[in-house]
Design a protein around this ligand. Structure first.
Ligand code: ATP
Length: 886
């Protein structure tokens, strides 16, 4: 029967797969099937082997230069040099390999956090579980925005539309139904089946899994979808290009140097060749791109630890420059823990006691209403119970939780609080909730009678009730009732019903156009998250605007906004008002308004575009399937990890594991930290190369003997690359980083001040060591002792300078001095390596170094202190100047 499920009746599918369409599989049986058939996953696409990855790191201009140097030294008979250089190439490739796999590891960890989930009926209960654990025979519940987890034969379809482009290439959504089809129906036309990897565009449905993992249609074409892309970020690209320019420049200089030294200074060709190679090695910032990707990867990891899952590496950078965050309200700014507190029907008023989902409390009629026994209340409760997609259950530890939408969930709790005996309805057909039309409706049956129940945004239900000429509806009165609740921040939902003919077996939106009778309103409390209040404040200090873009009513949005510090509590624009605005008017509104209510996905898209046009870098949250376009467009599309649909997660650049607004702000903070550390690292590394370059170029020009041998220069580069260069990647957020306005995304990484600092420090270290070399020669120092001291000077200067770079303009010994443990660890490691170089006899032979006396260490340490002090004074002056010019 395999592959013929579309041509099989539902009952036959059910019995062939030994399942039960209403209760689903038993856990034990499901586990057995999982064990037998494997997880519902596609095999990973083949990756490069570790060896190949390692070898690829030899494919690098720097390595070619080093290999050429090794060859030349071998030809010249300097075999020790040859082996050192070869060793260095291996170490270098190894460092690159380790760094790459670290970055990769960080991203793979995150991929695991984004695992797909599915709603499945098991043991008669609806559960949300990992899609990878779905087995053949499972009964899966689908709703708009879900990714279809497996191949499924539908047993229910309510206005279900599925987007199948992943499989068929066809981008228009396909209508689905449950009838049996002909055996020879081609894949594209199997409308009673849905396939793994496709996504639900609208409606809802239920179906039995017929194939999982590699057995699915998607598995057959083996189109595994990667969750996280490892892309080059604009910043990395900029740095790589910059590095190439420097490399070309350095090679140019090296050629000139060689000719100059050979023709005018009479150096021997062999020695000169080694020196210019040393120059190339010293002056090219070859380690920079690798270190920057480590910084980004560390950033991604830290963000994940704070619940922000980054799906694309460039976003880490972009986050630092975010200037406006557009957030929805429900669940992000509020707790999404809904409790119905009041019910107002056409015949009575009730307050509801108890909070949370635990069905503990009562529906208490007010004095005028008298008692609870009321046919309208009964119908109202039956409506919100039947017109409901959630389920309420008690955990093993006694906690009451809901599966599904909290708005639906709180009604289930409400219904459990009544003393009335509600009739049982069975649902025949339904229009699932969609934020586009903002209501949900079902066709339900009890005792042979069919009735349509609808619940949703009051404005929608009021409009329906007004069309019913048989039952008068006082809209003004009910608007007042609604506003009274909304103004105090309550979420208000309305309910209505309509008698339907007994033969009616499906419903569409047109059924709601006439004949709906209004039943009443419910006021729902969904308190703001306390931490969101602080997060909004933090944004204000950081020059980031916060805008609330919600599907909820304007009055509710304004009131909640006021409690959170967004907007003034008086001004809000609705989606309808935005629809009527010209682009210019919208630009003005987007800038000056902070609360947007009853918005549609199109409104969101237009607002993002408008904000971006005005130069903003925009983060935008979304959860519904239709939000995908706005999320894609935003600079940082943010999807909700808990409440969000799989489709929005796919479109987003960042997923919030906790759906919390504060997490976005944390991510922005982390983004700023990352960018600062990138800048600090560049500020640190480039002078190292500059100084090395100056040292060699100047000595050739001046006809001096080379202060350091090429192998010693290689050593310096290597130890610096594996130690202090990494120190700044772990620097904490600088004090005041969230008190300054967002970075201008167009601003150049290397500002004039940075260029000045890089040149000045290069000159200081380069010329300083050169001069010291000369000075000590006149004092009788020579040979390996001199070289060892010069080498240590060079390294000490870098070590101390790293501590300068830890804060941009703040004094180095500030409150965060001891916070970055890695900086101290790498400094310690560097010292150990330097001691090894100086005191281990083997190292003395290989690197031509000599053990130094304690007194001789004074010179390198003084050099370090000198650089440190000068840079600190310079920072102080620059800080004062920049403060004065503000
Ligand atoms: P936000 O956009 O901030 O998440 P929201 O949840 O109010 O807020 P939507 O999900 O677009 O936004 O809902 C819009 C409106 O539709 C709500 O204000 C409510 O009146 C109504 N609504 C929400 N959920 C349901 C539901 N499950 N059934 C019926 N109506 C609903």
């Amino acid at each position: 029967m395999e592959n013929q499920w579309h041509a099989t009746t539902i009952d036959n599918v059910e019995s062939a797969l030994h399942t039960n369409q209403t209760t689903g599989l038993e856990t034990k049986e499901a586990n057995r099937r999982l064990h037998e058939n494997g997880r519902n996953e596609l095999p990973e696409r083949k990756k490069d082997s570790e060896l190949k990855k390692f070898i690829l790191h030899f494919n690098d201009v720097l390595i070619y230069v080093l290999l050429a140097a090794a060859l030349i030294t071998a030809l010249l008979g300097h075999y020790i040099d040859t082996s050192v250089i070869l060793l260095v190439t291996i170490i270098n490739a190894f460092i690159g390999y380790i760094q790459e796999s670290q970055a990769e590891k960080a991203l793979t960890g995150i991929k695991a956090m984004l695992s797909l989930s599915a709603n499945v009926r098991r043991n008669g209960e609806r559960l949300e579980m990992e899609a990878a654990e779905v087995v053949v025979g499972d009964v899966v519940v689908l709703s708009a925005g879900d990714k279809v987890p497996a191949d499924i034969r539908l047993i229910e379809a309510h206005n279900l539309r599925v987007e199948e482009s992943a499989l068929t290439g066809e981008s228009t959504a396909v209508d689905k139904q449950t009838d049996v089809l002909d055996t020879d129906t081609v894949l594209n036309d199997r409308t009673n089946m849905v396939f793994s990897g496709t996504s639900v565009a609208a409606g809802s449905g239920v179906g039995i899994v017929t194939a999982t993992g590699p057995a699915t249609e998607l598995g057959k074409i083996n189109e595994a979808m990667a969750a996280v892309e490892y892309t080059q970020t604009p910043l990395l690209r900029q740095i790589a290009a910059f590095g190439k320019t420097i490399a070309l420049f350095v090679v140019g200089i090296a050629v000139v140097m060689f000719l100059f030294g050979y023709l005018f200074r009479g150096f021997a060709a062999g020695e000169l060749l080694l020196s210019v190679i040393a120059l190339a090695v010293a002056a090219i910032p070859e380690g920079l791109p690798a270190i920057l990707s480590i910084i980004l990867a560390v950033g991604v990891k830290r963000m994940a630890r704070r619940n922000a899952i980054i799906r694309s590496l460039p976003s880490v950078e972009t986050l630092g420059s975010v200037s406006v965050i557009c957030s929805d309200k429900t669940g992000t700014l509020t707790k999404n823990e809904m409790t119905v507190t009041t019910v107002e029907t056409t015949t009575g008023s009730y307050s509801v006691t108890g909070t949370g989902y635990a069905p503990e409390g009562e529906i208490v009629p007010n004095a005028e209403t008298g008692n609870e026994a009321s046919p309208v209340l009964e119908r109202f409760l039956a409506c919100v119970q039947t017109c409901n997609d959630a389920s309420l259950r008690q955990d093993d530890d006694g906690q009451w939780t809901i599966d599904g939408d909290p708005t639906d969930g709180c009604f289930l709790t409400l219904v459990r609080k009544t003393t009335l005996d509600l009739p049982r309805y069975t649902v025949v057909s339904k229009i699932p909730f969609d934020s586009e039309y903002k209501y949900m409706a079902v066709l339900a049956e009890t005792n042979g009678k069919r009735v349509l129940f609808v619940k949703g945004a009051p404005d929608q239900i009021f409009a329906m009730a007004e069309q019913n000429s048989d039952v008068p509806f006082d809209r003004v009165h009910w608007e007042k009732q609604m506003s009274a609740r909304a103004n105090s921040g309550e979420r208000v939902l309305a309910a209505g019903y309509k008698e339907m003919p007994a033969q009616a077996d499906s419903i569409g939106h047109h059924d709601l156009a006439k004949g709906v009778t209004f039943l009443g309103l419910a006021g729902i409390v969904d308190p703001p998250r306390e931490e969101a209040i602080a997060a909004v404040q933090a944004c204000k200090k950081a020059g980031i605007q916060v805008k609330m873009i919600t599907g909820d009513h304007g009055d509710t949005a304004k009131a909640i906004g006021k409690q959170l510090g967004i907007g003034d509590g008086a001004k809000a624009l609705t989606g309808k008002e935005l629809d009527q605005m010209s682009d210019e008017e919208l630009d003005e509104a987007a800038t000056n308004t902070h609360i947007f209510a009853r918005t549609s996905p199109e409104n969101k898209l237009r607002l993002v575009k408008s904000l971006q046009k005005q130069g903003h870098i925009c983060a935008m949250t979304g959860d519904g399937v239709n939000d995908a376009a706005a999320l894609k467009r935003a600079d940082i599309g943010v999807a909700m990890g808990i409440k969000g649909t799989e489709v929005t997660k796919d479109a987003a650049k960042m997923v919030l594991a906790d759906d919390n607004f504060q997490t976005i702000v944390h991510a922005v903070e982390e983004g700023r930290r990352v960018y600062d550390n990138v800048k600090k690292t560049i500020l640190f590394i480039l002078p190292t190369n500059g100084a090395g370059g100056i040292l060699i170029v100047a000595s050739i020009f001046l006809g001096m003997s080379m202060p350091l041998t090429p192998v010693q220069i290689l050593w310096v580069n290597m130890v610096v690359a594996i130690t202090v260069s990494l120190g700044l990647a772990f620097e904490q957020l600088e004090r005041g980083a969230m008190q300054r306005p967002p970075r201008d995304p167009k601003a150049k990484l290397l500002s004039p001040y940075y260029l000045f600092r890089i040149t000045a420090v290069s000159a200081m270290i380069g010329i300083g060591t050169l001069w010291m070399n000369h000075f000590m020669q006149t004092r009788g120092y020579e040979g390996s002792t001199l070289q060892t001291i010069i080498l240590q000077m060079f390294v000490m200067a870098q070590l101390f300078y790293m501590f300068n770079c830890r804060s941009e303009l703040d004094f180095a010994f500030n409150r965060s001095f001891f916070q970055n443990k890695v900086a101290f660890a790498v400094a310690f490691l560097l010292l150990l390596l330097q001691l090894a170089l100086t005191y281990i006899p083997f190292m003395n032979t290989v690197f031509q170094t000599t053990p130094l006396t304690v007194g001789q260490w004074a010179i390198p340490i003084l050099m370090g202190l000198f650089v440190f002090t000068v840079v600190e004074i310079e920072k102080r002056i620059t800080k004062t100047l920049s403060q004065n010019s503000r």
